[in-house]
Design a protein around this ligand. Structure first.
Ligand code: 1HE
Length: 260
């Protein structure tokens, strides 16, 4: 494991937000095996106080993707296991204990985009650019990108990115759905922390429903999806946290919905 290239700290009044920073800036936060395993372990052993997490990268770029220097040494069967290791690690991010927000800047490329797409919310600053250089390097995505990226931007756009080496800038990335938020240069981390604190205050069952159940409903046929939704709705609304929140609104103690 490569804990020296990953920084972990707790943030917020109740230490409710985990900050996870890739700190391999000299290699543009390229993800070697040790870093991928360290990410998996962090999500597996998240402290109990944590209710949301932020991932960002040190230096000029979020992440340059797979560490290409490790690629040269692998044969086909090792390649399968390597890809499956990424899958397992990024499953821990997507289906881990808490909602995860990626704070993006600079290069979000290859495996860096695969990592970002395993997160639940992406906040990009103006310097962000997105690419899948696997296409021009003679390889393919292997970290879950073939499953997750078409769900964000559609199969046609991902095909274009890989066939032609197309690079999307921050504005176009937000327009096509690679990020949900676009913020001025240098502010993605602060915005991600602000969102994380807000998310951490949600009822835990609602956050669980959104991170673990909604994506599965989206993959179900409509008939099954409606049924899963009904089950989840019933479970969420029966939690004491939900009852108190609804009561607070009815008694005028909770915020109304307003545009910011
Ligand atoms: C790396 C990597 C890397 C940088 N593996 N070492 N990803 C790519 O094909 C992207 C490759 N990287 C780049 O295009 C550029 O580095 C960046 C646009 C991200 C940044 O450019 P720049 O000018 O700021 O940095 P640089 O000078 O290119 O790189 C600085 C150092 O980082 C340099 O090493 P040095 O020892 O010469 O200082 C680079 O070699 C090193 N570096 N990126 C290894 N990716 C699960 S499958 C996923 C498949 C993929 O992700 S494939 C896509 C890989």
């Amino acid at each position: 494991m490569d804990k020296k290239h990953i920084h972990f700290e707790l943030y917020g009044e109740q230490q409710e937000v985990a900050i996870i920073r890739l700190t391999r800036g000299s290699k543009r936060n390229a993800l070697n095996d040790g870093l991928i395993l360290a990410l998996r372990d962090l999500f597996e052993k998240m402290p109990a106080s944590v209710r949301a997490a932020v991932i960002d990268g040190e230096g000029e770029h979020f992440c340059a993707g797979l560490d290409l220097s490790e690629l040269q040494e692998r044969d086909a069967s090792q390649g399968v296991f390597h890809s499956r290791m990424w899958h397992a690690a990024l499953e821990h991010v997507q289906y881990g204990p808490v909602p995860v927000i990626a704070a993006l800047h600079g290069a979000v490329v290859g495996g860096g985009l695969e990592l970002a797409s395993a997160c639940h919310i992406r906040v990009a600053d103006d310097t962000t650019f997105y690419a899948l250089p696997e296409g021009s390097r003679g390889i393919f995505v292997g970290g879950g990108g073939a499953v997750r990226i078409p769900r964000l931007i559609g199969t046609a756009r991902m095909t274009d990115m890989m066939l032609t080496g197309r690079v999307f800038n921050a504005q176009d990335g937000e327009r096509i759905g690679l990020a949900q938020y676009l913020v001025p240069a240098g502010t993605a981390f602060d915005k991600a922390c602000e969102l994380a604190v807000r998310i951490a205050g949600n009822a835990p069952m609602t956050n669980y429903a959104l991170t673990h159940v909604l994506p599965r409903i989206a993959d179900q046929p409509a008939d099954q999806g409606f049924m899963t939704e009904a089950m989840m709705a019933a479970i969420a609304q029966s939690a004491p946290a939900a009852k108190e929140r609804v009561r607070a609104f009815l008694e005028g103690r909770a915020d109304k919905v307003r545009i910011a």
